[in-house]
Design a protein around this ligand. Structure first.
Ligand code: URA
Length: 463
């Protein structure tokens, strides 16, 4: 029985080189033993067979290779054999991956999903702490992934924290970035990572502020943020206290609570949100922390569409919670609109930015990114069916109308959308933040409030 020894548990290149030869020689997947160098069982293993120039080559869909790169990182011991079996079939069934009912395809999709989920968790839950260093600032974080994802995920952290010297320590493999080179060393122990510093205090305050008691579903919360991660998260220390206070805080919000949304629409929206969490429709997903999906009741009569999440929204995973969100909240309050009764979302669901030092500077999404993300906004609108949609700014208006819009010409009146509902266009709250002259800023804010009040009245007449 041939056995192949790969250099590491996530050795995609080694698997690919070996499997090309195995498939070309028609070696059945069940006849191959896959081993990892240094792990039990590899004593008698051969090195991975390299590419054999004399063997016939064949092309493989890119989607398969992309998926295989992730599946190889799954902790499932059968992953190499399963991928080998799929590759062997792809030679004669090029559409194999389209057959979601095929048990092998389903299995691979499940393994892929497990890896994506772990990747997402690592992006969401790694918390850097400053380390004592004599040669300048240095940060370290401890994380315990379920799968072999450290190498796969390290590009994200390089892009996201390009100007920072950091290490991510995990039990199996550690990644290190010195602002120029990425390197890897063997696994570490939790005690090697620092256990707390003043940065945590800031993070905890921030978390307490964005914690929404009305959304508290302990089951869902522990699913999304499994308890095993809690011990490494500074904000998790607040959770018991926040849960204890949630009932009181919810009661305080109850007067303004939205009507009960029909269950079907709520389910559809929940399913959309879950799908969007692993969206890769455009390249913006790669450096962003997470998808920032819309929020609000599934039967909202009023929908607001902004441009794209900013730095704070990207970290919090919620739209309009940063400086523009504060202006928006103030204007809504003055216009007599309860934000919790409306659905608030963005035309583009990932934060686009340029790293500058430790800061991330907002950069405008391009037409391709807006078009790619229209998929989500169209589905959000279809699920909610709002009577009135408000475009906040020209970019949102472009996404919703498919044409270039001049706000000054089109604000303050209803524009018919193809589904029979109405679009209203107004300025983006961040436009108000950019006006330096105080009197001019106040006048523009009042115009914004007047636009919102007109929308409020219109929704009341349509309801
Ligand atoms: N600007 C937006 O357009 N959306 C947000 O969510 C935040 C800032």
């Amino acid at each position: 029985m041939p056995s192949v020894t790969l250099a590491a548990p996530d050795d995609f290149d080694g698997w690919r080189a070996a499997v090309r030869t195995l498939v070309a020689r028609d070696t059945p997947p069940s006849a191959v033993t896959w081993l990892i160098a240094g792990e039990a069982g590899d004593l008698f293993g051969e090195a991975a067979p390299g590419g054999d120039a004399a063997l016939p080559s064949f092309t493989v869909p890119k989607a398969f290779l992309d998926m295989a790169k992730r599946v190889v990182c799954n902790a499932e011991p059968e992953r190499f054999a399963l991928l080998h079996a799929a590759l062997a079939q792809l030679r004669t069934r090029s559409k194999l991956l389209d057959d979601a009912a095929d048990p092998l395809v389903r299995r691979l999709y499940d393994l892929d999903k497990g890896v994506r989920r772990d990747v997402h968790k690592m992006r969401a839950f790694v918390r850097f702490r400053e380390v004592d260093a004599t040669d300048g600032e240095r940060f370290a974080a401890w994380f315990e992934p379920e799968h072999h994802i450290v190498r796969l995920n390290s590009g994200f952290f390089v892009r996201r924290f390009a100007q920072m010297r950091w290490s991510i320590l995990t039990p199996e493999l550690c990644a290190h970035w010195d602002t120029a080179d990425l390197s890897f060393t063997p696994g570490a122990a939790k005690g090697d990572a620092p256990q707390g510093d003043p940065i945590e205090a800031v993070w905890k305050t921030y978390y307490a502020n964005i914690f929404n008691p009305a959304r508290l579903k302990i089951d869902a919360m522990t699913k999304e943020m499994p308890k095993k991660y809690w011990k490494n998260l500074p904000e998790a220390a607040l959770i018991p206290e926040l849960i204890a206070g949630a009932a009181g805080r919810t009661r305080a919000m109850i007067d303004t609570a939205p009507r009960d949304a029909p269950a079907a629409a709520t389910d559809a929206l929940g399913a959309l949100r879950a799908d969007a969490a692993s969206c890769t429709r455009c390249p913006l997903y790669a450096p962003a922390t997470q998808t920032v999906f819309g929020e609000g009741p599934a039967d909202a009569r009023l929908m607001f569409v902004g441009e794209q999440p900013g730095d704070q929204e990207d970290l919090a995973g919620r739209p309009f919670v940063g400086p523009a969100g504060q202006v928006f909240d103030r204007a809504l309050a003055q216009a007599g609109i309860d934000r919790t009764s409306a659905y608030v979302t963005n035309a583009v669901k990932h934060f686009k930015f340029e790293p500058r030092g430790k800061r991330r500077i907002h950069s405008k999404p391009g037409a391709g990114e807006i078009d790619a993300c229209r998929w989500w906004i169209d589905q959000e609108r279809a699920a909610i069916a709002p009577a009135v949609t408000v475009a906040l700014g020209a970019m949102a208006a472009r996404s919703l109308t498919g044409r270039v819009v001049t706000i000054s010409k089109e604000r303050g009146r209803a524009i018919a959308l193809p589904d029979g509902s109405e679009l209203w266009i107004t300025v983006h709250p961040s436009f108000l933040l950019r006006i330096e002259d105080k009197a001019a800023a106040a006048a523009e804010f009042d115009r914004f409030v007047a636009d919102l009040a007109a929308v409020r009245d219109r929704v009341a007449t349509l309801a």
